[in-house]
Write a protein that binds this ligand. Structure first.
Ligand code: XMP
Length: 430
């Protein structure tokens, strides 16, 4: 590793990630580790320049104050203790440090170099991936989301044609989304990409299913089946690439930072399909993942795309999915995105999409009575998706979108705007 590192040991703070971010923003790499790390484990993390004992409101567990192992106090690293009364070192801070105090510790006491940047990160990861993989092959489920796309680009740089990407189109992708995955990765970056159009298979399994959780289960389960079938066809694959990122592996706000296994992996693969994982982004925060994607040359539309649920448009075509309503969701979503981009709202609004409920209302078209579907527009802002407020979209923009949807999308005669914050409403409808 080329980059100097400050290690944060979690002694019950809820602000570990804030601290790690603050240090990374100073240009110095920082990682969070559990409080009971041994001196040997610490030394094995190359280039550690100092450690921060980060105490806080959860520092007492079962009546006992949490502390680091005694050997850490004598293993030679500069130590900064924050809100940890039991610390056996000098210079103790009672509260979260001011920027200046933190800088002094990082640059004066630890003598860390500000050499954390994406170029160095990518160079390091390329080297580590090559070391891990050797001349073997890596399989990657490439959904086209930010994380899997950036992993694909990074692995491609590291191991080229030893990477095999599989893109499963479940038929619930947004307009032109699968096409753009193929265009970027196959045609422009010349990746080894297997494209599987499983639309019929997914829609067949989903026919008549209206329960949201059941729909999610079917989509997730079927995805694993399709992916597994492709994996079995390929010979000599030893590794599975994954877009695990830092928030997936840190459980912040707990008694001590426990490393938890990634939840959003292609878990559930059968026992006899055992792969070793390659997770080159596992130390990055989301905005760093995007910066990494930009540095690797991925298009902005791919790197800065808004969050999109794994089950795709399946949870926006409410109730039992039908092809006409699915198309109405896809087409209206495309119009919404186009008009939001035109109005500059795509850079401002966190998430925006359309949904189509499974009931119809009466209307008039060409002087005749029609009984058709409704499109609901939702546009929200949030920091962490736990709570959300609605975007107060300009009436004129909304009117333009409405008129276009009514004119261009089949089977739709009504457009509504969802005014509900989260809570009580969730962001998605299902
Ligand atoms: P809710 O609807 O719970 O959504 O307020 C919060 C955020 O999570 C996204 N979301 C999902 N993402 N699989 C995903 O990968 C899912 O099943 C799923 N459901 C919701 C949602 O788009 C929003 O950003």
């Amino acid at each position: 590793m080329k980059q100097d590192m400050i290690v944060i040991l979690d002694l019950g703070s809820t602000e570990n990630t804030t601290l790690a971010r603050q240090i990374r923003d100073m240009g110095v790499y920082s990682e969070i580790h559990p409080h009971d790390i041994t001196a040997t484990e610490l030394k094995a993390l190359e280039n550690v320049k100092g450690i921060i004992l980060n105490g806080g409101e959860n520092r007492v567990v079962d009546g006992q104050p949490v502390d680091v192992r005694g050997e850490l106090y004598t293993c030679g690293y500069p130590i900064l203790s924050i809100d940890h009364p039991g610390a056996k070192c000098e210079k103790q801070l009672k509260a979260f440090p001011e920027e200046a105090a933190l800088r002094e510790f990082v640059f004066t006491d630890c003598k860390a170099q500000a050499n954390w940047n994406m170029k160095n990160f990518i160079a390091d990861q390329v080297e580590l991936v090559r070391r891990q993989v050797g001349d073997k092959k890596v399989l990657l489920a490439l959904s086209g989301g930010v994380d899997s796309s950036v992993v694909a680009a990074l692995l491609l740089k590291a191991i080229g044609q030893q990477l095999v990407c599989v893109h499963v189109n479940h038929g619930l992708m947004r307009k032109n989304e699968s096409e753009s995955v193929v265009e970027v990765f196959q045609n422009q970056l010349h990746a080894n990409l297997i494209y599987v159009d499983a639309t019929e298979r997914f829609l067949g399994k989903l026919a008549g299913v209206s329960d949201p959780e059941q729909k999610r289960k079917i989509i997730g389960g079927e995805f694993i089946h399709v992916f597994e079938e492709e994996a079995r066809k390929l010979k000599g694959i030893d590794f599975l690439g994954q877009g695990t990122i830092y928030p997936d592996i840190i459980e912040s706000g707990t008694k001590t930072a426990k490393m938890v296994k990634s939840h959003h992996n292609v878990g559930g693969l059968p026992e006899d399909l055992q792969f070793e994982l390659v997770e080159p982004l596992k130390q990055l925060f989301k905005d760093e993942v995007r910066a990494c994607g930009v540095e690797l040359g991925l298009p902005a539309s791919m790197v800065y795309r808004q969050p999109f649920p794994g089950p795709g448009l399946g949870v926006r075509c409410l109730g039992a999915i039908t092809r006409d309503r699915l198309e109405a969701v896809r087409e209206s979503d495309a119009i919404l995105r186009e008009e939001f981009a035109r109005a500059g709202l795509d850079k401002k609004v966190w998430q925006y999409f359309t949904v189509v409920p499974d009931f119809r209302s009466v209307g008039m078209k060409n002087h005749a009575r029609v009984f058709e579907y409704m499109v609901i527009i939702r546009a929200i802002n949030t920091v962490d998706a736990m709570t959300a407020s609605i975007e107060k979209v300009d009436w004129e923009v909304l009117e333009k979108i409405t008129n276009r949807i009514l004119a261009e999308v089949e089977h739709v005669n009504r457009v509504c705007y969802d005014m509900s914050p989260k809570p009580p409403a969730t962001i998605e409808f299902e």
